[in-house]
Design a protein around this ligand. Structure first.
Ligand SMILES: Cc1ncc(COP(=O)(O)O)c(C=O)c1O
Length: 385
């Protein structure tokens, strides 16, 4: 009776749902599973954000429909944060929009710029939503391989001319999920020039900008001269203030790109809960006092996990940013086989690289969002394999 539209049947199975199914099966079998699969912060949202929400939620004016593009005070705070963090000056009214989590904005933006059959240039492996948002807009994702020998950065000169003619958007994501690679300003300049030269909207997903180690500070593409001509950058409070469940983020950049996304959103949602936006202001304002401790926690986990992976003979490079470790699997395994081996033999969940796209084959992604004791236990189990 019920027949799905082609755009729905064209979607790949959502990766994390598959991994979760295999994990749940093991749990049902009584295995003490250590989940290094999904990247969802395990430590709580800071108290000052919770207090701020409690206060805001008692105010009846927060109970009504919020404004479509976000409350002025939240957008002001986002612009202020971008100025302090990246030295980027933004007009909050025209160049910033509140999102119900950055995933929502990333999934919706192709609807504003992609016509049927147009291309979007998507990194591969990648966070799946770039390609999925494109498919839902009847566009075609064009894979740009991220190869280790190129520092997991796409080779923009390799995009064929006929693809380029029909390309409307380019997605980049540094610090990168899943490879944990970072990008320098020179690469970001190349991306801005490419977007300007070809009339392409550049979407920079900067969800992991604040999760960094060893003194590394991730840049924003908006710092690059000319970026405001063609770029929009997505930011999320999910990872930077442990607020994944709260659904709050923002996009900032070129006013037409922001307005295009705003037009889509105005017609499909009614904005982020105002009380959450008000709490988000405190999250942004006080992130500098929260982040050093959070990053120390992840860094200790990173060091423990990398040591364990090396003990199994995996050649891992400790990441400078993100809470992921991207590890090459032994050559005799595919990434799915290796993830299955780890789950079956050690009760450890890792995400097979191929789940992020075909160029992720040969790798497995581990997330650092489990307590150090669990990571140490995982390492112990790895040593026994
Ligand atoms: C690269 C990347 N971008 C965006 C998101 C979405 O984050 P949120 O929707 O919670 O802001 C994620 C979440 O895992 C991610 O890994």
């Amino acid at each position: 009776m019920v027949k799905y539209a082609d755009r729905i049947t064209a979607l790949p199975p959502y990766l994390f749902a598959e991994v979760d199914r295999a994990k749940q099966q093991k749990v049902r079998e009584g295995v003490d599973v250590i989940d290094l699969g999904v990247g969802d912060p395990d430590t709580p949202t800071p108290d000052y954000v919770i207090e701020s929400l409690c206060e805001a939620v008692r105010k009846p004016e927060t109970h009504q429909y919020p404004s479509y593009s976000g409350s002025n005070v939240f957008r002001d705070a986002a612009a202020r944060w971008c100025a302090e963090r990246f030295g980027v000056r933004l007009d909050p009214a025209a160049e910033v929009i509140t999102l119900i989590g950055s995933k929502e904005g990333i999934a919706h933006i192709p609807l504003a710029f992609v016509n049927r059959g147009d291309y979007t240039l998507c990194p591969n492996p990648a966070y799946p939503v770039y390609g999925i948002g494109t498919t839902l807009a009847d566009g075609v994702p064009y894979d740009m391989p991220l190869r280790e020998e190129n520092g997991f950065r796409p080779d923009l000169s390799a995009v064929p001319k006929d693809v380029l003619r029909k390309a409307k958007m380019l997605f980049i994501n540094y610090p990168n999920n899943p490879t944990a690679a970072v990008a320098d300003k020179a690469f970001l300049r190349e991306v801005v020039d490419f977007g300007r030269d070809h009339g392409i909207v550049v979407v920079s997903d900067n969800a992991y900008s604040e999760i960094a180690y060893d003194g590394y500070r991730a840049p924003s593409i908006l710092e690059v001269p000319g970026a405001m001509d063609c770029c929009i950058e997505f930011h999320s409070l999910s990872k930077t203030s442990n607020m994944t469940g709260w659904r709050i983020g923002f996009a900032a950049g070129n006013a037409d790109a922001v307005a295009g996304l705003g037009k889509v959103k105005m017609n499909v949602d009614s904005g982020a809960f105002l009380a959450v936006q008000l709490a988000g202001i405190d999250a942004l304002r006080r992130s500098r006092e929260f982040l050093p401790g959070l990053n120390r926690t992840y860094q200790a986990r990173r060091d423990a996990l990398c040591a364990g992976l090396r003990s199994m003979g995996l050649k891992v490079t400790p990441p400078k940013a993100t809470f992921y470790v991207w590890a090459p699997v032994p050559p005799e395994y595919t990434s799915i086989e290796y993830a299955k081996y780890l789950l079956d033999q050690a009760g450890i969940v890792g995400t097979p690289g191929v789940g992020f796209g075909k160029y992720g084959e040969g790798y497995v992604r581990f997330s650092l969002t489990s307590p150090l004791e669990r990571i140490n236990l995982a390492v112990e189990r790895m040593r026994q394999l």
